[in-house]
Design a protein around this ligand. Structure first.
Ligand code: CA
Length: 231
């Protein structure tokens, strides 16, 4: 059961989707546009389902507005399937998109996947080796010490949490939102650009050449990927 804030201006589409999602056990709170106040609904929600074409502020704008104060998962509902719209939506901070008309079953699967993915990935040291080596980088999860080429690095707690989150998922793209919930306070409602700034700082410490990073790769429009597998 997921608490969904659903922003959609077309009454027929809104009713059909709400009915379908209700039947699948979800609780849906509906708003016909992004201009009406939805702060309370946003606080109560687990996920936002957002139409792109809306009167007044469009879906991209609302997405950006939500992202300035919340890392809540956002799925964009779009009638347009071209790649430009998709990338623009993901850059505005959405986690996924579904093209209309969308069946409730398809929506349900995507909703569950996004909620699962955005669950805080606090490093669970029980299932991971206490220490791993990636290239010339040694990550000791037990002592929280990071060494590069044998020398211990001076990292802030945030930088340590960031590198733990990245290295526990080597080769996988992590969104800014996922890194935000993993490395910052879970309750932190803020601008995901702080992730970019922290990645830049971390790169200046772990990369041979921060301008040509080999450990932390930027995946445009999505987030970051740690590029080394453990030795
Ligand atoms: Ca619409």
């Amino acid at each position: 059961m997921v608490n969904i804030l659903f922003i959609e201006d077309d009454p027929a589409i809104a009713e059909a989707i709400m009915l379908g999602l209700n039947r699948l056990g979800h609780i849906v709170s509906h708003r016909p546009d992004g201009n009406t106040d939805f702060d309370d609904a946003l606080l109560a929600a687990d996920l936002v389902l957002l139409d792109l074409g809306l009167p007044g502020a469009d879906g991209y704008e609302i997405c950006r507005r939500i992202r300035t104060r919340s890392a809540i998962p956002i799925i964009i509902l779009t009638a347009r399937s071209d790649d430009i719209d998709t990338v623009a939506g993901l850059e505005a901070g959405a986690d996924d998109y579904v093209v209309k008309p969308a069946s409730p079953r398809v929506l349900d699967a995507r909703i569950k996947a996004v909620v699962r993915r955005s669950a805080p990935t606090t490093p669970s040291t029980e299932t991971l080796p206490a220490a791993e080596t990636f290239g010339d980088l040694e990550v000791d999860r037990a002592s929280l010490k990071i060494h590069k080429a044998g020398a211990q690095l001076t990292l802030t707690p945030t930088e340590i949490r960031l590198i733990l989150a990245l290295t526990q998922n080597p080769g996988l793209v992590l969104s800014r939102q996922q890194l935000l919930s993993a490395a910052w306070d879970q309750e932190y409602l803020g601008d995901s650009r702080i992730v970019d700034a922290a990645v830049q700082r971390l790169r200046s410490k772990i990369e041979d050449d921060p301008a040509e990073p080999t450990f932390i790769e930027t995946v445009r429009g999505f987030g970051y990927r740690f590029n080394h597998q453990p030795r």
